[in-house]
Design a protein around this ligand. Structure first.
Ligand SMILES: Nc1ncnc2c1ncn2[C@@H]1O[C@H](COP(=O)(O)OP(=O)(O)OC[C@H]2O[C@@H]([n+]3cccc(C(=O)O)c3)[C@H](O)[C@@H]2O)[C@@H](O)[C@H]1O
Ligand SMILES: Nc1ncnc2c1ncn2[C@@H]1O[C@H](COP(=O)(O)OP(=O)(O)OP(=O)(O)O)[C@@H](O)[C@H]1O
Ligand SMILES: [Mg+2]
Length: 274
């Protein structure tokens, strides 16, 4: 096997991408996983932010099905979906469509703007300076993601809950998440899925087509609302998925992915220790 092929195999294996895929089987396996974690930990609540994107739509429905499964087995389980907009969200209608599809047991809405803006203001008052407005906006974007993490952990702490994350193989390979922001969670039920496989789960769960096919956005930058992940990354999810599923991709895509995987290793590991 060439070095390039063995590197690709190793990365796909480390990210738990399976060689074969059946959407119905994956849904069942992941619902059972979530329900078992509730029962085994003795905790009663799953907590997850619903953005209107396909990842949280899929994970949210899995959470609701798992809570219902645990209840049917006699465990007092609840799924708490959270809307966590930063002020007014441009695609709020997608978030509402997602909630109608998920039908969560409970919904909690927390605007993260006051807390995120206050954190930035306090940092600036404390003497932090930025290279330019774009850098400040980028840093604020990561504060927004971490503020969402704080809100979800507050609910988990109060309710005896577990925070659910939406990380999957196509995001993990590029490290395209905020460390200790959306990257922080107790359970990650989408692990190992490529983006097209997340979409396949969403479709098999019966999610509306506009969400199944929705273009991914982190939507963290106020200066570039709804900026597409693919523009930010300079990579197409089709290529990322092909790479992870062992299909041919252009050499420059392969090189870019290997480099991103290497440079973001710290995001997939526990803090570095001596
Ligand atoms: N080698 C190393 N070993 C240990 N730690 C290292 C490190 N290099 C940086 N670090 C630490 O990591 C930090 C950088 O990581 P981080 O704070 O995450 O910041 P960073 O990776 O710069 O930014 C997060 C990226 O993820 C994207 N994102 C975020 C949230 C959601 C989504 C989405 O798809 O929805 C996407 C966002 O648009 C942005 O491009 C550094 O400030 C430093 O503290
Ligand atoms: N406005 C928001 N309200 C609630 N949760 C959010 C919001 N923005 C992000 N999140 C949380 O952060 C996670 C990471 O965002 P990310 O953009 O990767 O996923 P997504 O929006 O569900 O799907 P996609 O990647 O296709 O846009 C979301 O799955 C969701 O749990
Ligand atoms: Mg999104």
């Amino acid at each position: 096997m060439t070095d390039v092929m063995s590197t690709r195999r190793r990365i796909a294996e480390e990210l738990q991408v399976s060689a074969t895929f059946d959407a119905a089987e994956e849904i069942e396996r992941r619902v059972v996983f979530l329900a078992d974690r509730l029962v085994d930990t003795g905790l009663t609540t799953l907590v997850l932010g619903i953005s209107g994107g396909v990842d949280s739509t899929t994970a949210g429905r899995l959470c609701q099905l798992a809570a219902e499964r645990a209840r049917a087995a006699g465990h007092p389980a609840v799924f708490v979906a959270m809307r966590l907009p930063y002020g007014v969200q441009a695609d709020e209608h997608h978030a509402q469509t997602a909630l109608e599809f998920i039908r969560p047991d409970r919904l909690l809405t927390v605007d993260v703007k006051p807390a995120a803006d206050a954190a930035l203001d306090a940092l600036v008052a404390g003497g932090l300076t930025f290279r330019d407005a774009a850098q400040q906006d980028f840093v604020l974007g990561n504060i927004k993601a971490r503020q969402r993490m704080i809100a979800q952990y507050a609910v988990a702490g109060a309710a005896g809950g577990l925070v659910v994350g939406t990380d999957h193989a196509a995001e993990a390979v590029t490290g395209f998440f905020t460390k200790h922001g959306d990257g922080a969670a107790d359970l990650v039920p989408l692990t190992g899925l490529t983006k097209r496989r997340v979409r396949a789960l969403a479709a098999a769960l019966g999610a509306p087509a506009e969400l199944v096919g929705k273009a991914p956005t982190a939507d963290l930058e106020s200066l570039a609302p709804g900026k597409l992940d693919e523009d930010a990354l300079g990579l197409a999810y089709e290529h990322i998925d092909d790479y992870l599923e062992g299909r041919e991709v252009p050499a420059e895509v392969e090189a870019a992915l290997v480099e991103r995987y290497r440079s973001t290793e710290h995001k997939r590991q526990l803090p570095v220790a001596p």
